[in-house]
Design a protein around this ligand. Structure first.
Ligand code: PT1
Length: 282
């Protein structure tokens, strides 16, 4: 199936699986320790990710890792707008804005963002209307609870069914608000109100979410699932993250959100090769 997303003039080809590089512009960011908060180092980092093969750069000004607090609209705008302005002049891949705030969606679109990545799946008041009015593609992600408390005993009947039904409903709600189906991406939200067994079930069951018909995005890079299962600190999670990325692509993911872009691009390409290369009859 041929699939192209128009990200504000940049074409994102999802015929093949690709990598979304993470650009955190949060001083409290979970794996970069605020290293990339300064505009010039953010730009350097984005250019390095583009050179390493990132198909999208995801710019986020509010940490959503477990336990984190939200930031104000003003603070989030102060963090992301200068970066988006600068990056839209320097990188040639589409930029995505990782936000749940309608004000940030609108301003980011005006500053060059080509895709909206919302971990709240447009559930904030005004977010549906704001996202629709930008005309941009949107990633709708599942989360149980909020970042501050989501890892306090998350519960599901059947996690795959519940996440799939939630995403199907948000897909319909977004479509009704004027965001056409061809502009929507779905994400089960690994680590967002899920235990390790919940995450494992979702990774195995990703095909059921892909069956909803929209491209699937998966973010597992450096997450505590990898840390807990393997007993690895943040700096030692690359091999586990690559295994998780491979499993996600194998089960139908089309966009892998990752910190280590060059390595993840290799894993994704190898997996895609195995999935799509037919052997002839010798
Ligand atoms: C994600 C994602 C995201 N993850 C999308 N956007 C984060 N679409 C931010 C942990 O368990 O998966 N998909 N934006 C980062 N959030 C987390 C969540 C970071 C959990 C770490 C963990 O360690």
């Amino acid at each position: 199936m041929r699939r192209e997303l128009d990200c504000a003039g940049h074409v994102l080809d999802l015929t093949r699986p690709c990598v979304m590089g993470v650009l955190n512009v949060t001083p409290d960011s979970f794996s970069d320790g605020g290293e990339f908060i300064a505009a010039d180092s953010a730009i350097e980092h984005a250019l390095a990710m583009e050179a390493a093969g990132a198909a999208i750069i995801d710019v986020g000004g509010e940490s959503t890792r477990p336990g984190s607090e939200g930031v104000t609209v003003e603070e989030e705008l102060r963090r992301v707008l200068p970066i988006l302005e600068a990056l839209s002049q320097t990188v040639s891949v589409p930029l995505s804005i990782d936000t749940s705030k309608p004000e940030v969606m609108q301003a980011a679109a005006d500053s060059g963002a080509g895709l909206i990545n919302d971990v709240m799946a447009l559930r904030r008041p005004g977010a549906l209307e704001a996202a629709a009015s930008t005309g941009l593609p949107v990633c709708l992600m599942h989360m149980q609870g909020s970042p501050k408390t989501m890892q306090n005993a998350p519960q599901y009947g059947d996690v795959v069914t519940e996440v799939r039904d939630f995403l199907a409903e948000r897909l319909q709600v977004a479509e009704n608000a004027g965001i056409s189906r061809q502009r929507l991406i779905l994400d089960p939200g690994f680590g967002f109100g899920k235990t390790d067994p919940h995450n494992a079930a979702l990774l195995r069951g990703l095909g059921e979410i892909a069956a909803l018909g929209a491209p699937v995005l998966a973010g597992l890079s450096r997450k505590s699932l990898v840390g807990r299962v393997l007993g690895r600190e943040m700096s030692q999670r690359l091999p586990g993250s690559l295994a998780a990325a491979t499993l996600a692509v194998w089960n139908g993911a089309k966009i892998i959100r990752a910190h280590d872009v060059a390595e993840t691009v290799d894993a994704v390409r190898l997996c895609d090769y195995v999935m799509t290369t037919a052997a002839g009859v010798d």
